[in-house]
Design a protein. Structure first.
Length: 245
């Protein structure tokens, strides 16, 4: 299967392979596992937008980007950097596809040149690779850990591995978490301006989450991390303490 056909028919797997083996950020460093998860989710959302319009990642044009940004504008709060983040992702993608001969143009370059970060919004911060790997190693609770410690580390594993928000993890239900099968993932329900989506989970997050499920009891429709339980409150402040510690 040639490059263009692969990217046209299977953009998700092709993008993941590129992110994990070749792609780098502006600092020339490989992307962390958490960043790759976020980028995959963003690409999937863009592909869902262009597919009904008869376009693929190897054929979309400026009209598709404009309609996508128009949709983003209707669903995102004013003054945020959402559109610019997508523009940067699509620019990197198109430059790569041009380099490998799967595209002849880069319709996203114009948006990157003409769009700046919104005033007042902080620049995004990411863990460097070494820190990210240390945190991945931390999420598995050592033998003899109590239930609260196992919950806390499973929480960090899910947040780090999925990139979901505090509100989304507090709303997640046991049935939303799928650890069996070839593609472990978390189903995130639609809320506010965000559509329902499936977020793939990396290998390091599986064991801590499986341990938590095995250790606790609950119906499929019950919260994955109950708000009030013997492990302590899982409110906003409680969640913040878990992450800080």
């Amino acid at each position: 299967m040639d490059n263009e056909t692969n990217w046209t028919l299977r953009p998700g797997p092709a993008y993941r392979r590129w992110q994990e083996t070749e792609a780098t950020g502006t600092d020339r460093r490989p992307f962390s596992a958490r960043s790759i998860v976020q980028h995959m989710s963003m690409l999937d959302r863009f592909v869902r937008h262009i597919a009904p319009r008869g376009a693929t990642v190897t054929s979309f044009g400026t009209d598709h980007i404009e309609s996508f940004f128009s949709e983003l504008g209707a669903r995102s709060a004013a003054g945020t950097s959402t559109a610019l983040r997508y523009a940067k992702l699509l620019d990197r993608l198109c430059r790569h596809l041009v380099d490998i001969g799967a595209r002849s143009d880069n319709p996203a370059s114009h948006y990157v040149r003409t769009t700046g970060w919104p005033r007042g919004e902080p620049m995004p911060l990411f863990l460097d690779e070494a820190a990210d790997l240390r945190l991945q190693g931390h999420v598995l609770a050592p033998a003899g850990s109590d239930v609260r410690e196992i919950r806390n580390r499973a929480t960090v594993a899910l947040l780090l591995g999925s990139g979901i928000t505090s509100a989304e993890i507090r709303a997640a239900r046991r049935t939303d978490l799928v650890l069996d099968g070839p593609r472990p993932h978390l189903c995130v329900a639609r809320h506010g301006a965000r559509d329902e989506r499936k977020v793939s989970l990396p290998p390091f997050a599986i064991e801590p989450l499986a341990t938590w499920l095995q250790l606790t009891q609950g119906g499929d429709d019950e919260l994955l991390f109950p708000m009030n339980a013997v492990t302590g409150s899982f409110c906003v402040i409680g969640n913040l303490k878990v992450v800080k510690n």
